[in-house]
Design a protein around this ligand. Structure first.
Ligand code: AMP
Length: 207
């Protein structure tokens, strides 16, 4: 049988994910050394994708499993199994805005504009609270939006909080906590049950 295809998120999660795979015995040197996006290694084929794209590769079976942040997973809405969290890449998805909103009853204000890279999660969050907001999708530097008047609020991931502070923003609400997770294609979970179970058990032993 062919080796498992593992989709990895580029960016912040890549290095700790490669360290985890090395501990499991995979040779990931070619992932570090080349700019290829598909890399055959000993016992696995790796696909390198943007974090937001990893869930879709796994959902549609282009990869059997993936390692991705739960923030990207929730935003994608992908129908995959999520058997294991991996304990790294911890961050929080928060609502933030200018400090004056902290004292104001901002939750009572109608028609606020929210800039975010997470439009789906943002809509769900505000709709669940009965708040009507306009969601603007941006693809980076979200913290800029309130400063230049594009939006009243942002929804973004926060790690240390330094980026918010340096851009004069404060946290107003936490939406959820996130960390890296292993995700599994639903068909592969059945068809390649033994290999996937072994992988999950090996990771769980190492955590
Ligand atoms: P910080 O200043 O440490 O709060 O980091 C916030 C910035 O880093 C924001 O621009 C986030 O988009 C980004 N960031 C923080 N944690 C993560 C993560 N786990 N995955 C992706 N981006 C992150």
């Amino acid at each position: 049988m062919s080796s498992l295809t593992i989709a990895l998120a580029k960016g912040r999660l890549l290095e700790p994910s490669l360290e985890l795979l090395t501990t499991l015995g995979y040779d990931v040197s070619a992932v570090r050394e080349s700019r290829k996006l598909v890399i055959q290694s000993n016992g696995a084929r790796f696909i390198l994708a943007k974090p937001m794209d990893v869930p879709i590769y796994v959902e549609y079976g282009a990869a059997d499993v993936g390692i991705v942040g739960q923030d990207a997973l929730r935003e994608s809405g992908a129908n995959v199994y999520e058997p294991l969290v991996l304990g790294y890449g911890k961050c929080r998805l928060v609502v933030a805005g200018k400090p004056e909103l902290q004292s104001a009853e901002w939750k009572m204000l109608a028609g606020l504009r929210v800039a975010t890279k997470y439009p789906r999660v943002t809509r769900q969050h505000f709709a669940a609270r009965g708040l009507s907001v306009e969601v603007l999708q941006v693809f980076g530097s979200v913290e800029l939006a309130p400063t230049v008047g594009l939006a009243d609020l942002i929804v973004d991931v926060v790690d240390t909080g330094r980026t918010l502070r340096e851009n004069g923003l404060v946290e107003l609400d936490e939406i959820f906590k996130s960390q890296a997770a292993l995700i599994v294609n639903r068909a592969a979970h059945t068809l390649r049950a033994r290999e996937i179970r072994e992988l999950i058990e090996r990771i769980a032993r190492d955590l």
